[in-house]
Design a binder for this molecule. Structure first.
Ligand code: XMP
Length: 326
């Protein structure tokens, strides 16, 4: 039978064999795949590995800290965080078109990552010990999908954090290539990774940038981050994490509606809750979240998040809706 400990032992041996005394680099996205891939490689080669985490400013509340503190504490990996928040906000200024946003975020991500990578490679070459290997958290379904793809329409340009251009002179290390997501999670747990990372639901590479309908600004990110954190907290508290594939919270930044709060009129923005149930994200249904949970989320968001005076529920399946709004 399948056993996480055995898979780790096999992979550790294979990585040692492949890498020898070479140095290795890995981009962390905050998601489960890259985190587990890096943890296995670290188990195999220790400080020959350096990890890079790009903070593009489109992360959810607490995600950077979870990587910088919790993940590092549990693995001991050497981590370089790049604070690229201003760079991304600058590049996104004035942009409202979804595909343009996605392209900008993807492009800036790759530039930022490559720049950092080049600096680390240069440093290591100076020390006479060049970085030659790159870890990718490719899973078995990714291998199958990219191998067999005929005629799949590009509905949205997917930006995978860690998805890198082909002209890199690295040899790839892909310890998760034969595994499915639930197996990756089991391995992460076996390696002692924090539950917030191992159990993380899918989150798109372009992050909150494609959940603000309208221009992405610092203030809007702050608003959405707060609303999103409340929704996630309440869904988790209600025990719904297993039933829900993911629940994007979307800020309709260009829409305003009139409300009343205390003794004053408000003119704020709506947020949309998009809880979905799915097997593989190719199709999805909206999750029938109990009314009392929805009520708590709505009350808390409208009370605690200035700028938001209305909470609405998306009851569209996929198709015809996609999971994300952009
Ligand atoms: P859609 O919106 O196409 O999303 O129904 C399907 C799943 O993919 C996630 N998603 C992304 N993941 N990079 C990613 O890594 C992306 O650019 C991206 N866009 C969407 C989405 O959250 C859902 O799980």
């Amino acid at each position: 039978d399948w056993n996480a400990g055995n898979v780790i032992a096999e992979q550790v041996a294979a990585i040692r064999e492949q890498v020898g005394s070479g140095r290795v680099i890995c981009g962390l996205s905050g998601g489960v795949d890259s985190a587990v891939a890096a943890a296995i490689v670290h188990e195999a080669v220790g400080d020959q590995l350096v990890c890079v985490f790009v903070d593009h400013g489109l992360l959810r509340q607490d995600e950077r800290r979870q990587v910088e503190e919790d993940y590092v504490a549990s693995t001991g990996v050497r981590l370089v965080t790049v604070d690229a928040r201003e760079r991304f906000l600058g590049a996104l200024a004035g942009v409202t078109d979804p595909e343009t946003k996605r392209k900008i975020i993807g492009r800036e991500f790759i530039r930022t990552f490559e720049q950092t990578q080049a600096e680390l490679v240069a440093e290591s070459a100076e020390a006479g010990d060049p970085i030659r290997f790159l870890v990718q958290g490719t899973l078995y379904p990714d291998v199958v999908e990219s191998g067999g793809g005929s005629g799949t329409a590009n509905i949205k340009s997917h930006h995978n954090v860690g998805g890198l251009p082909e002209d890199l002179n690295f040899e790839l290390v892909e310890p998760l290539r034969t595994l499915f997501k639930d197996e990756v999670r089991a391995i992460g747990r076996e390696l002692g990774l924090p539950e917030v990372i191992v159990a993380r639901q899918p989150f798109p590479g372009p992050g909150l940038g494609i959940r603000i309908i309208g221009e992405v600004t610092e203030d809007r990110l702050t608003t959405l981050r707060a609303a999103d954190a409340i929704a996630r907290e309440e869904l988790t508290a209600a025990g719904l994490d297993a039933e829900i594939w993911q629940c994007p919270v979307v800020l309709l930044a260009d829409v305003r509606s009139v409300g009343v709060q205390g003794d004053g009129r408000t003119y704020g923005h709506p947020v949309v809750l998009r809880p979905v149930s799915s097997e593989d994200a190719m199709t999805a249904d909206w999750t029938r979240v109990p009314y009392d949970v929805l009520a708590r989320i709505s009350n808390r968001i409208t009370n605690q998040v200035p700028e938001v005076n209305r909470v609405v529920l998306d009851v569209t399946s996929k198709p015809p809706g996609t999971i994300e709004w952009e």
